[in-house]
Write a protein that binds this ligand. Structure first.
Ligand SMILES: Cc1cc2nc3c(=O)[nH]c(=O)nc-3n(C[C@H](O)[C@H](O)[C@H](O)COP(=O)(O)OP(=O)(O)OC[C@H]3O[C@@H](n4cnc5c(N)ncnc54)[C@H](O)[C@@H]3O)c2cc1C
Ligand code: FES
Length: 291
């Protein structure tokens, strides 16, 4: 038992240093980096994350958190993980300039991951780069992939729909990856250059209006906070269970520094307390999160 009773301490995380296999542009300012780390790949589950930094570089000194996008195989064996990232600041700019063979340090798996409770219809809702945890989750629920060691009880769903919002069509990343897993992809863009012209929450509302049994559906959501707040509201009004994956900034990823706290409902006198997203999350029940 860990000393501070966090739900998911980094007890099962492993550290490794590895040369990246490839680092490809897959959409505007968006890259997919492939990292050989077989032991980590065997343990990780959808919604968990890794900390990543460039080896032998002190700028930036601190690693950054990135969700599992997918695992990959080499000669039939589980060989490593793919991370998809948006170029934003110091680390992702430096990473985007690196080619195959660049040494990175990676540790994980970290955090709790999405629940694997079976459901009739899993609805995944993402804004921008918040899409990264959903390929693995959708593939697992449709029976295309298994994750975790020991293998976790696999989530199952009859249908998996992915509502994906981006600023413009050039920023939509990995659409074919999702479609190839049998996931029903619905797209919204702010400028109307692809799919629905408007917010991704419009797609969610349309979907829920046509849903046969809301009690049989569950939403999993990741993206900017205002969008997650809107999704949590829609889910509550419709009476649909909803999980949010929070992307708070993180310095350590292992429960030590408290930079990652979010306000979570508790039975404290104030009705909430700060919880560390890295070890109590990043996935929380939407009804528990004060956004
Ligand atoms: C659990 C988790 C999973 C994540 N998965 C991914 C992923 O798969 N792909 C991806 O591209 N990004 C992901 N992120 C976000 C990513 O870790 C940050 O954007 C990271 O800071 C980028 O590093 P950087 O050095 O390029 O930018 P930085 O120099 O660290 O930051 C650039 C700007 O973004 C702001 N910022 C930093 N972190 C965040 C944050 N979490 N939310 C909002 N603003 C922030 C800073 O204040 C600054 O203004 C994830 C975050 C978490 C917590
Ligand atoms: S990132 Fe350090 S405690 Fe969560």
């Amino acid at each position: 038992m860990n000393p501070l009773n966090a739900a998911c301490y980094a007890d099962r995380a492993i550290w490794c240093r590895a040369p990246v296999v490839e680092n490809l542009v897959i959409a505007e300012s968006t890259f997919r980096v492939r990292i050989p780390c077989p032991e980590l790949a065997r343990r990780i589950i959808p919604g968990q994350f890794v900390m990543l930094r460039l080896a032998e570089r002190s700028d930036p000194l601190l690693a950054r958190p990135f969700a599992l996008y997918d695992t990959y195989r080499d000669a039939g064996e589980l060989a490593g993980i793919d991370v998809v990232y948006l170029v934003k600041g110091r680390f992702t700019t430096a990473m985007s300039r690196c080619g195959a063979g660049t040494e990175v340090e990676i540790w994980g798996p970290l955090g709790n991951g999405f629940s694997s409770r079976p459901v009739e219809h899993l609805i995944m809702v993402a804004g921008g780069i918040g899409q990264t945890p959903f390929l693995a989750l959708g593939a697992e629920f449709l029976g295309r992939k298994r994750f975790g060691e020991p293998e976790r009880e696999r989530g199952t769903a009859r249908r998996v729909t992915f509502c994906y919002g981006a600023r413009r069509s050039s920023m939509l990343a990995g659409l074919d990856d999702f479609r190839n897993q049998g996931i029903d992809v619905r797209v919204a863009t702010d400028d109307g250059s692809a799919g629905h012209h408007g917010f991704v929450t419009d797609l969610l509302r349309q979907l829920l209006e046509g849903e046969v049994s809301l009690a049989q559906a569950r939403i999993a959501c990741c993206g900017p906070e205002p969008m997650m707040a809107a999704v949590a509201r829609i889910a509550k009004e419709a009476g649909v269970a909803c999980e949010l994956s929070l992307e708070t900034p993180m310095a350590c990823g292992i429960g030590v520094c408290f930079t990652c706290v979010a306000r979570i409902r508790t039975d404290h006198a104030e009705g909430w307390d700060y919880k560390r997203t890295c070890v109590e999350g990043p996935v929380f029940d939407a009804t528990q999160v004060l956004l």
